[in-house]
Design a protein around this ligand. Structure first.
Ligand SMILES: Cc1cc2nc3c(=O)[nH]c(=O)nc-3n(C[C@H](O)[C@H](O)[C@H](O)COP(=O)(O)OP(=O)(O)OC[C@H]3O[C@@H](n4cnc5c(N)ncnc54)[C@H](O)[C@@H]3O)c2cc1C
Ligand code: SF4
Length: 502
């Protein structure tokens, strides 16, 4: 077992394993541990550095520097520049996410079956079995009451008053203490990101973890994926280090995310008419509710409340999301006395968000310096859903007792009262007027039975190649309308079990 961290320029590093897994996030870590449990020798190659949770920076900008992919600087190219947020660290985006654990809805397997010839009841059953296992392994639990925090409690009250279903979230968290810091990494080791469990287990089982090691390309012998190569990148300065080459005796498993996996396949020369297509997301935004009494949203679980009541009509998910002062400040217009006055309200603000189950499909390609280029502009129907989501969140705030909301929409007043929600319903349809982000990403290497519209089959095996499996969010051919980590992990395990059986 060994962890090979950044190596300065010099002799090239050579490693050999049965399986090489690229990327250590939700998909990669699950694939790696499954293969290692099956007795295989695994090499897990990760672009980001291994960070000790005690050394997580604790601030938003520190997290962007140390944990986020390129400081969170990947943005959509299209009508609006919206951030495409992911992590680049050992553990991938599980380190900076909120660990919300939602089972794959049954209608998704039906949809995949109908539209892509994969999924169906058999996959639903297998994914269900695996999700049971993962829930046990990663200690999935409902947010404890003591860690709920006032923002989550208020949201529950608002939904109840509005008469729609909502619930306290289930998350992969062991005894949350409600520090409200999931997005900066859980330094109290409660959140079960993969750097705390699956990745150490890969090492214990004799695998190698190679960090600060962005893979440049997949190596092929004929049509067989035979390994990967790249060059170490310093975790702080990004200075180039030694070259590395990791040989795969059996297969290369690509799990570098919905943006990086298609980009890596493209620069490795993989040919598929579907590569980089069918990129989808759940774009969303937050609305601040202003309450008379302090909410102190950073006390309590970062995310603790959700509603899926609008998942199919109009296609939305609602959640609480507590953000720290520096992120709130970044969304407040004004300066000097005005800004100080607005900031004084911070303790009285709760932020709740909506995520649109958007039908819009975009593309991913490989850009300069191996940076993925995401082209994505929400279509009109999705923008209408987006507006509806904002109005729904605003109404929930008012039903919970908010005196005003801060919509953060270009062209609208700074604050709106309960009688002004229609301004959101009639708000602009131009995406540039909204501060949105994309955090749930899908596709780019979509799975399916037809190779003209699919990069891989329903077991992640790339069409036209041997020993090349894709096992992350990029294989998901549709959006889900729920948080994706549980689905990604289950698919990665399913594909890895299949590989072990080959
Ligand atoms: C802020 C935020 C909050 C979220 N909250 C939740 C939540 O609560 N619940 C939920 O279900 N989902 C959540 N998500 C989404 C979820 O985290 C992702 O869908 C999931 O982690 C994606 O898994 P993945 O394996 O595809 O990619 P990732 O987890 O992003 O892992 C990909 C890994 O590959 C590495 N990599 C990339 N390129 C290379 C390369 N060339 N060589 C080597 N390594 C490479 C990356 O550094 C990264 O570590 C959230 C996302 C964000 C951004
Ligand atoms: S709220 Fe705090 S303790 Fe709970 S999982 Fe998130 S970071 Fe960890």
């Amino acid at each position: 077992m060994s962890h090979i961290a950044f190596q300065p320029k010099g002799r090239a590093i050579e490693v050999e394993a049965d399986y090489v897994v690229v990327g250590s996030g939700a998909g990669g870590a699950t694939a790696a541990v499954t293969l290692a449990r099956g007795g295989a020798k695994v090499a897990l190659v990760e672009a980001g550095a291994w960070r000790d949770p005690q050394d997580y920076p604790g601030s938003t900008y520190g997290a962007m520097r140390d944990l986020f992919d390129d400081w969170g600087s990947t943005i959509t190219r299209g009508r609006a520049f919206w951030p495409v947020v992911q992590a680049r660290t050992v553990g991938g985006t599980t380190v900076i996410n909120c660990a919300i654990c939602v089972r794959t809805p049954d209608d998704i397997f039906e949809q995949w079956d109908r539209e892509r010839g994969v999924g169906g009841p058999r996959m639903a059953k297998e994914v269900g079995r695996i999700q049971d296992e993962i829930e046990r392994e990663l200690c999935a639990e409902v947010v404890p009451e003591a860690a709920a925090g006032r923002s989550n409690i208020l949201a529950m009250k608002g939904a109840r008053a509005m008469g729609y279903d909502s619930h306290a979230m289930t998350r992969y968290v062991k005894g949350c203490v409600g520090s409200g810091q999931c997005l900066q990494g859980c330094s109290s080791l409660r959140k079960q990101s993969t750097n705390l469990n699956y990745i150490p287990e890969v090492l214990e089982r004799g695998g190698d973890v190679i960090s600060s090691a962005p893979v440049k390309r997949i190596l092929f012998e004929g049509r067989r994926a035979a390994g990967v190569s790249g060059r170490f990148s310093h975790p702080v300065t990004r200075a180039r280090g030694a070259d590395f080459r990791v040989r795969a005796r059996k297969a290369v498993v690509v799990a570098a995310s919905a943006t990086h996996s298609p980009a890596l396949l493209m620069r490795s020369g993989v040919k598929s008419p579907a590569l980089g297509k069918f990129f989808r997301a759940h774009p969303g935004t937050g609305i601040f509710g202003c309450y008379d009494d302090p909410v102190d949203m950073n006390i309590g679980a970062t995310q603790g409340w959700a509603s899926t009541a609008f998942r199919t009509d109009p296609g939305l998910k609602l959640e609480t999301l507590s953000i720290p002062l520096e992120m709130v400040a970044g969304r407040l217009p004004g300066g000097g006395d005005l800004l100080m006055e607005r900031l004084r309200e911070y303790r009285h603000i709760a932020m709740w968000v909506h995520a649109v189950r958007a039908e819009t499909a975009g593309t991913v390609s490989n850009g300069w310096f191996d940076k993925p280029v995401v082209r994505y502009t929400l279509n009109r129907a999705d923008m209408e859903r987006f507006r509806k989501g904002m109005a729904l969140v605003a109404r929930t705030h008012f039903a919970a007792g908010a005196k005003a909301i801060v919509p953060g929409v270009y062209g609208l007043p700074y604050k709106l009262g309960p009688d002004e929600v229609r301004l959101l319903e009639e708000g602009p349809l131009d995406p540039r007027c909204y501060v949105a982000i994309l955090s749930h990403l899908f596709g780019g290497c979509a799975m399916g039975r037809d190779p003209t519209i699919s990069v891989c089959d329903g077991r992640g095996r790339a069409y036209g190649y041997e020993g090349l499996v894709i096992a992350d969010a990029s294989v998901i051919p549709t959006n889900l309308g729920v948080n994706p980590q549980h689905t990604i992990m289950a698919l990665a395990r399913l594909f890895s079990e299949e590989l072990l059986g080959d």
